[in-house]
Ligand binder design. Structure first.
Ligand SMILES: [Zn+2]
Length: 323
């Protein structure tokens, strides 16, 4: 996609919204991604070496982690949604200290320790700190799909008894259909999806329109395809996109609106195109990865790890290659 096409469409889609100026800036600034990384779409209420807590609406906060600074307390993004009767924390983070920090912020901001915790998927950086929510007096209800619960216990290393104990009695999120969580005057839609892993969920608010996308959305960071089912991922990311102005909280990277989300979808399409072309030409996934680069029109995408391109093509080859 040409830069001008992206920028014009992004601007038209967002004209009048708070992201319009970002889309307009994208038309003239080559380093779109870097600019977005440092821009806060919410109001920062707490700053730590591992991330910033941003207030994004009445009773809704997002933790935007900054692991590239070298602090891996949280690594993934997450957040807090408060209702009259309950406080939902989203994600368990990389270490118990991360979950404990977010829970402490919830108490500071809302007067209550989280009553519920939702996991978007099993990956260690989203789940391994979950025991940090449990104290002598506080035992938040953990919600996860059965598959996510099992994978946290079976796969995440190093094994940890307090983590296993925290997720073992999870209230199961049905993977069959969307469900709701009533926090009191605020209903969170819990939508089972897949593609980043075999079991993902998004946590969604309709008014205001806010989507906690888990790792189905990465903003300005190239995603980890280690467990990806790329065709399912492509379907899920399109299903998550709302037509009205929406704030998307990605699993990694800064908050985004429609233009940032669309840029991500276009980026995934580039990976798919290169994978299909490589397969058709008989090129190995390793060689495709070695030669791959994203068009500059898509702005900058940080690679968490050099291996991420290779994992992406390996995931595509797993799905597309005839057995
Ligand atoms: Zn993940």
């Amino acid at each position: 996609m040409k830069e001008s096409t992206f920028s014009r469409r992004a601007f038209l889609a967002q004209s009048g919204s708070c992201a319009a100026h970002l889309a307009l800036a994208a038309a003239v600034m080559p380093k779109t991604a870097r600019g977005l990384w440092s821009a806060s779409l919410g109001r920062v209420v707490a700053r730590e070496p591992f991330g910033n807590l941003e207030r994004i609406d009445e009773g809704v906060w997002a933790l935007v982690s900054t692991p590239l600074n070298g602090d891996s307390t949280t690594v993934s993004n997450g957040g807090i949604i408060v209702g009259k009767n309950a406080v939902l924390a989203i994600e368990g983070f990389n270490r118990p200290a991360g979950a404990q920090w977010l829970a402490g912020k919830a108490r500071e901001l809302t007067g209550r320790w989280p009553t519920h915790v939702a996991l978007t998927h099993y990956h260690a950086d989203h789940a391994n700190g979950i025991a940090g929510y449990v104290t002598e007096n506080d035992h938040p209800v953990v919600r996860a799909t059965a598959r996510t619960r099992d994978l946290v216990i079976e796969r995440n290393k190093p094994e940890d008894a307090s983590r296993a104990a925290a997720v073992r009695d999870s209230v199961v999120i049905t993977a069959a259909e969307p469900s709701t969580l009533d926090l009191g005057g605020r209903t969170v839609r819990v939508v089972p999806r897949l593609g980043h892993t075999e079991s993902d969920v998004s946590l969604e608010l309709d008014e205001p329109s806010i989507v906690f996308a888990g790792d189905l959305f990465w903003n300005a960071m190239f995603p980890n395809f280690v467990d990806a089912i790329p065709t399912k991922l492509a379907t899920s990311v399109r299903a998550l996109r709302r037509s009205r102005d929406t704030l998307y909280v990605p699993g990694h990277g800064p908050l985004g609106h429609g233009p940032e989300y669309d840029r991500y979808v276009t980026m995934l399409d580039e990976v798919e195109r290169a994978a299909r072309a490589g397969l058709a030409a008989g090129t190995s996934a390793t060689d495709v990865a070695a030669k791959f680069s994203l068009p500059s029109s898509l702005g900058e995408w940080t690679l968490f790890n050099k291996i991420f391109y290779q994992r992406a093509f390996e995931a595509w080859y797993r799905e597309l290659k005839p057995a």
